[in-house]
Design a protein around this ligand. Structure first.
Ligand code: DCP
Ligand code: MG
Length: 396
């Protein structure tokens, strides 16, 4: 099936290129051909996640007294600092990212400006990504607080992207103490617009049958890549909304906007075939849990092991078969916040070895435990270039 689809795309592209120099008018009469070529070949389910006022949210989580104040994160006003972000309270006073801190202070005299703590934001970002990985391996991070997820093949939440997005929002709120907004749509373009649509702590779902009506009213400046200059040029064309932009042929748009014209032609119809590209291959996979009450001894830790292993197995089923497990590991954080990781070589992780690793880890601290983690390390066969089969988990 996939082969047929690839062949179809190939033939259409050849046809398109042959026609282009010879008879542009022919293609002008066939705008549908252009769309057909660029149409995604399968219906995708994409979620775009974007945290609300990310740096400020993390600071408010760690000091709730900041919640009621206008808060910005950035360099000090006295040293020509710039605002990185601000909470929604501060936004009501007209404060925004990239504004000089001195200007922000003048505009909102009660503004609290805190310096950024990047280590903390990176750690929250990592934890959030681990939550995403519970639903799909196809996670494309765009920045610390933003990612695309392709959940087309996920069987979590009965395969419903809407429910997955909702559960992710609830979990991030509960487990990490910050809010994020999500957009669910059949492609990246619309999912990203969706996450911004109902901020903060909001969700937008754009179903395939709603795309046309949704995009028709969308202002052109919402299209990624349409800055002030392009928006003004489009305004002179008489196209302020995507619906108005649709009256132009792909040739008129490419003539006036270069290659971006072709993108505009698609995007104003809600078409975007870019796949979600996971940017990094994994080196390891682990699941961990911080317990509300410390686990007093090794026995209490061992009791938690089966539940952690169920989660680990379920996560391992999502990784592709180019990963070869080389080690298994246990991570432990004690109530004095010291942590330790014990690992051993292993091609087939087994429960007995996890129990032994846990005992060794506990001996190292011999204190009540606040966090437990279990995981595996991989060799990535795609990087190594070795055709070998992944051995998942020894069946018990
Ligand atoms: N950031 C920055 N400088 C900018 C824009 C952003 O340092 N000019 C940092 C601070 C933000 C983080 O990146 O917290 C994420 O950027 P976003 O654009 O997603 O903005 P926020 O998450 O802060 O707010 P929003 O709720 O609008 O997403
Ligand atoms: Mg954000």
């Amino acid at each position: 099936m996939r082969m047929i689809i690839i062949c179809k795309q190939f033939v259409l592209w050849i046809f398109f290129f042959c026609c282009l120099p010879a008879n542009r008018e022919f293609l002008m009469l066939c705008p549908r051909l252009f769309l057909l070529i660029n149409m995604p070949t399968e219906q995708r389910k994409i979620i775009h996640c974007d945290c609300d006022c990310f740096y400020a949210s993390v600071e408010m989580r760690d000091d709730p007294s900041l919640r009621s104040l206008p808060l910005a994160i950035g360099g000090p006003a006295s040293q020509r600092g710039v605002i990185a972000t601000c909470n929604y309270e501060a936004r009501e006073h007209g404060i925004h990212s990239a504004m000089s801190s001195a200007h922000a202070r003048r505009q909102c005299p009660g503004l609290v400006i805190l310096p950024p703590n990047f280590d903390k934001y990176r750690e929250v970002s990592r934890q959030m990504r681990e939550i995403f990985f519970d639903y799909t391996e196809l996670v494309e991070p765009l920045s610390l607080d933003e990612a695309y997820l392709d959940v087309t093949d996920s069987d979590k939440c009965r395969g419903s992207a809407t429910l997955i997005a909702r559960e992710i929002r609830q979990r991030v709120k509960k487990e990490l103490g910050i809010t994020l907004s999500t957009g669910v749509a059949p492609n990246k373009f619309l999912a990203k617009i969706g996450s911004d649509w109902n901020k903060p702590d909001g969700e937008t779902i754009i179903l395939p049958e709603d795309i046309d009506a949704f995009v028709e009213k969308l202002p052109v400046k919402k299209i990624f890549g349409v800055g002030k200059v392009t928006a003004e040029k489009l305004h002179r064309f008489g196209a302020d909304s995507c619906g108005e932009l649709r009256q132009f042929s792909v040739f008129e748009l490419t003539e006036n906007f270069g290659r971006f014209g072709g993108r505009l032609y698609e995007l104003c119809r809600g078409i975007d075939s870019r796949p979600v590209k996971p940017s990094q291959r994994r080196k390891s996979l682990s699941v961990e849990h911080t317990y509300p009450e410390d686990l007093p001894d090794l026995e209490a830790c061992l009791k938690q092991l089966p539940e952690l292993l169920i989660k680990l197995r379920s996560r391992l089923r999502l990784v592709d078969n180019q990963y070869l497990i080389t080690k298994q590991l246990v991570k432990m954080k004690f109530n004095d916040f010291q942590s330790t990781t014990v690992e051993c070589l292993s091609r087939k992780p087994d429960d007995a070895t996890f129990r032994e690793l846990m005992a060794t880890a506990f001996e190292r601290g011999n204190l009540p435990v606040r966090l437990l983690g279990v995981g595996v390390r991989f060799v990535d066969l795609l990087e190594e270039g070795k055709p070998e089969q992944l051995e998942l988990f020894e069946d018990k």
